[in-house]
Design a protein around this ligand. Structure first.
Ligand SMILES: *[C@@H]1O[C@H](CO)[C@@H](O)[C@H](O)[C@H]1NC(C)=O
Ligand SMILES: *[C@@H]1O[C@H](CO)[C@@H](O)[C@H](O)[C@H]1NC(C)=O
Length: 531
């Protein structure tokens, strides 16, 4: 009550339209593009009157220490996590493309996973250090406990957040798409590999025997990575601070609510769980008008329209040769091009192409003159394209990007380019193709967009509703299946099957033995008669 009164006073002073439902949320974010999304959720929660505290590391890159939407607590860290460093990502991209050039070979298969594992190992070790410095800082832990948080929000791809939530015993809500064990559902919902493509498989939900065979291998590699590469540092922490029977996965599975950044216009239909809520595209907003200069450039495209090109924040440097191919192909087409580009202008750039260090992507995609989107296939961009019905020309580079573009191809709204085999001719052809009004891309995307938007509530409102639902009821244990407490053999009923098989074998054996001895007995008593 006192808290409420205090809140009201503070809020009235701030002249913001708050009610007294304000609850205290502790947030452990994952840096980079994940934070771009999470920050929007923070703003939406703040607008509802909740107080958000962000636990960030001192090496944080996107998560700033000061904000008008949240207060932050900074945990000291010596070395940044590799996934949060531009230099590392540039060299990781370089290595990935070298491997990609040899795709199809056994060498490339193993090298792909070796490259991935070494990145994950390094990242998880750095991430585990943050967890240790949190658990070793008794002052910080006491502070957190005494703050009386009502809810813990995190992206569980950072296991540190999951462990802190367990320590504080707070209702736990995830804003998630992936874990190191694969796509989020793989951790808690039945996921038959016969129609659910594994991460990095680049399969759709229609697989023949050979694909299903390979799908299981792809799944196996991620499974192996989780248990032998990504989980061990956190398993050690669990054992040290929580006891031997707690695993990071059991905490993950015990979460109250999963807000999954998926929408079934993007993802293939699959089994789900009562505590899963889909918020795919929650970050997308209607577009705003463009700045004057950009609007003039876009308008000057006339009937041909414009093409938007961006390869994301981390991955914009593919080397001068590839950039030159893009520049020359763009110069070949009648459309105007707005290209997010950081660096020296590539050779062969046409006067129809505008380079910008940063561009208002959502506003450009929402512009009626926009005809196509050339993208690396990050999900933020894909959902914006779906929302604004803009066909996609995908140039996937790393991680889930290939799988993402594959999903859009399966919907008939995208084409994929192989970045390691690009030349001016094929790229020009692909660009002409994707904007061709006689091709079905635009129409398919328009339909997908309508499906995506036809919902009782906007995805962000859905997310906020469910977070507040967990606040109101202090958790959502009634929605959680008991699977999280079962060992794997019990989950698959292997113990039961083993019981049935063993008892059947025993019964058959007993029958066999007794029939045998009856026959022998009968033979014995028959023999004297025959003599
Ligand atoms: C422990 O946490 C407190 C409170 O956040 C902070 O002031 C202090 O610097 C931390 N100590 C270490 C060693 O990180
Ligand atoms: C752009 O380049 C084309 C061909 O190189 C040329 O015909 C056209 O006049 C140029 N337009 C402008 C505005 O410079």
């Amino acid at each position: 009550m006192e808290l409420c009164v205090r809140l009201i006073v503070v809020l009235l002073l701030a002249t913001l339209p708050f009610t007294c439902s304000g609850e205290k949320v502790l947030l452990y974010p994952f840096d980079g593009s994940h934070w771009v999304n999470m920050e929007l959720m923070v703003k939406a929660l703040r607008a509802r009157g909740h107080e958000i505290t962000v636990l960030r590391s001192s090496t944080s890159w996107y998560v700033s220490e000061f904000s008008s939407y949240y207060t932050s607590i900074t945990v000291k860290q010596d070395k940044p996590q590799v996934l949060e460093s531009q230099d590392f990502m540039t060299s990781f991209l370089e290595k990935s493309l070298k491997i990609r050039r040899n795709r199809g070979s056994l060498w490339a298969f193993f090298e792909f996973y070796r490259n991935l594992f070494s990145m994950v190992r390094e990242n998880q070790q750095a991430a585990a250090e943050v967890a240790i410095s949190i658990f070793e800082n008794k002052t910080l832990l006491r502070e957190l406990e005494e703050s009386g948080f009502d809810l813990f929000l995190t992206d569980p791809v950072s296991t540190t957040g999951v462990l802190v939530a367990h320590y504080l015993q707070l209702p736990l809500v995830f804003n998630v798409r992936f874990l190191y064990s694969g796509e989020a559902h793989m951790a808690m919902a039945p996921s038959p590999l016969s129609y659910i493509p594994a991460l990095f498989s680049q399969y759709s939900d229609r697989m023949d025997f050979y694909s299903r065979l390979k799908n299981m291998i792809y799944h196996g590699m991620i499974f192996y990575m989780y248990y032998s590469v990504s989980n061990p540092p956190f398993q050690d922490i669990c054992e040290k601070y929580f006891g031997a029977d707690i695993t990071p996965m059991s905490i993950v599975r015990g979460a109250d609510l999963w807000l999954i950044r998926l929408d079934f216009t993007f993802e293939y239909p699959r089994p789900t769980m009562p505590n899963v809520v889909y918020i795919g595209g929650f970050q997308v907003k209607p577009s705003n008008p463009l700045p004057k200069e950009l609007e003039e450039f876009v308008q000057s495209s006339g009937e041909h329209g414009v093409i938007i090109m961006t390869l994301g924040t981390l991955l914009n440097d593919l080397g001068p040769e590839v950039m030159q191919v893009f520049a020359s192909a763009f110069a070949n087409i009648p459309q105007k091009v707005v290209w997010r580009f950081n660096g020296k202008a590539p050779e062969g750039l046409g006067n129809n192409t505008m380079l910008l260090k940063w561009l208002p992507q959502n506003d450009l995609l929402g512009h009626p003159k926009t005809k196509a989107f050339v993208t690396h296939g990050g999900t933020n961009g894909i959902y914006e394209a779906i929302y604004h019905s803009v066909p996609i020309l995908g140039v996937p580079l790393i991680f889930d990007q290939y799988d993402n573009i594959e999903r859009m191809k399966a919907r008939g709204v995208a084409e994929m380019l192989e970045v390691t085999a690009l030349d001016v001719d094929s790229l020009t052809r692909a660009l002409r193709n994707i904007v061709d009004p006689n091709k079905p891309y635009k129409e398919n995307m328009h339909r997908l967009s309508q499906l995506h938007q036809d919902k009782p509530m906007k995805p962000m409102d859905t997310a906020v509703f469910w977070i507040e639902y967990v606040m109101r009821h202090k958790g959502a244990a009634h929605l959680r299946t008991q699977s999280y407490q079962l060992p794997w053999y019990a989950y698959y009923s292997l113990d039961v099957m083993l019981f049935f098989i063993t008892s059947t074998v025993i019964v058959i054996g007993l029958v066999w033995l007794s029939v045998g001895s009856v026959i022998r007995y009968l033979k014995k008593i028959k023999k004297p008669k025959g003599d």
